[in-house]
Design a protein around this ligand. Sequence first.
Ligand code: NOJ
Length: 660
Amino acid sequence: MKRFFTLLTLVPLFLSCNRWHVQSPDDSLRFCLRLSESRTPEYRVLQDGNVVIDWSSLGLVFAERSLTDGFAITGAKKCVVSDQWETVWGEERFILDSHAQMTVHMRHVSGIKMDLVIRVFNDGFAFRYVFPEQKTKQLTLLDEATAYCFTADHETWSIDWSTEYYEGIWTRSPLSEKDTMCSPITIERSGGGYAFVHEAALTDYPAQNLYMAHDTLKTYLTPWLEDGQISPVKAHLTLPFESPWRMVVLAHNLPDLTASRIMLNLNEPCKLDDTSWLKPMKFIGIWWGMHMKSMTWEQGPKHGATTANMEQYLRFAKAHNIQSVLAEGWNKGWEDWKSFSFTEPYSDWDMDYLSRLADSLGVQIVGHNETGGNAADYERALDEIYAYHAAHNIHAIKTGYVSPVIRTLDGLQFNKGQSGVRHYRKVIETAAKYRIAIDNHEPVMPTGLQRTYPNLMTQEGVRGQEWNAWSKDGGNPCSHVTVLPFTRILAGPVDFTPGVFAFENPVMPQTRVHATLMNQLGLFVCFYSPLQMACDLPENYMKHPDAFRFIEQVPCDWEQSLLVDGKIGEFCIFARQERGSEDWYIGGLNADEPRDAQIPMTMLDADKTYAATIFRDGENADWKTNPYDYVIEERTLCARDTLHIHMASGGGFAVSINSK
Ligand code: NOJ
């Protein structure tokens, strides 16, 4: 990573006042801090002079002491940072970190010292609790008093905090009608604009959840479990300690919301010495067949991960510009989903042969480690498992934790509790030693850790495509894919697994993909993932080779990205420029109402002409009645043009634009 310039000014603040504030570099956002009469730290945020979040309390409740009131401020300092850094991979190559920071030193009546570190960006703010080295060495956290007192009962998109694996349909309703929600939430502000409330740099702390109490949004931390029961304890802190950042993006419009990089900026710079081995790539896999029930994970007559099948998939990948192949069900243990071995293949899987074949074809194998929630055994064997994979030239692994609660080294725990969070970090750090990238399924919600550990390439944490194969409710509604880019995907890359080309499942006829074929292509641009799966079977792709051409071409690493247009729950259109190239890709996704989209080509270089291929819904396309009606056309484009593209119900489109 390259640092361009950093401007750092330290300004000691005048300490006798009772209020402190810090403003964004462009002065549009102002964060004010005060101590109330009971000496509780409280903050307020104004945007363009208007209060967005009114006085809201801060603090932490420990078993040893409640640090919610009785504070004195002992000092404060400010600095301004302007730093551009280069991503290893991502939605854009360069990210500007421009913020003002205020560190406020506080002392509690008990003698405990706590700093509040506040950062204000042009498009949002964040703060964290920091406990410097001091006499107290351990603290047992029972609660976090952080509140967000929004000034109106805004419409909010969220999923319930108890949604297993975050695999739920996001719903919109006023804050006052929400039960406890998972972080993040996306707020449509009544006066216009958006807010995105989340956390950043979650490494040794429970994941935050959010709930409304007395018109105020409050924090509910995921608890520890004790003998399977919810414990009052949320976290064990060893001092010195820094909490994750509490962050709120405040955007005027959806393009600004999707362009905010506050979460990444709040994470530590890359800790890996060498990142040259990390390559964004597309993959296919022995996978969809299991979800459609035409194959099995376990060995038997319909076993998917056999040497012969994998050989066919590897050769298909090679022929179609797909860089890697995932195989699930290659290893022993699928009979009970409990006693998995990650170093012993089934007898019909020849690991040595396949590893040599993949190597000779220049295609990678993506490993698969489903733990069934037994994180403890997995963690104990990590070095052995990753050494085995690395020895077979496997440098990307999809991990899995299918179990509502997981067994960590600390016993049965929520995966998003402190113990689970620690486990996932241990996995990422150990994998990095073996040059292994991770695609984490059943994860804790992403918080931007990929900046620090770019081998954490993608995660699930979403109601993905697989629900379209077997969900009893019939599959994901059309609107689902037009909500995710403004909610879950703002938290980080998503392994949604786009690219189904055959929509009906004879084994489960009540379920199907609610999309047209062109919608499935649009997902490759709209849903960002540096490990991007084309999930359908090769034989289904070969039924539409002309449409499959887009999947062959589309990259998954970008120079820059922008939202062209969108409305949460109705449609979205993204444009992305391939990293290191002049080529652009545009994708559109539509919910139920057919619509005509206008896409000005202003993102293109005004001095160039481009050859475009447009993959769009046909006149009669409709996800339910006619999903395979599509048109592919070639045309020349320049920056003055506007594309007019019809999107069907459940439809979409994809455009590749190559500079001539
Ligand atoms: C759930 C994951 O989301 C899915 O992708 C995977 O195939 C199964 N677990 C088995 O690991």
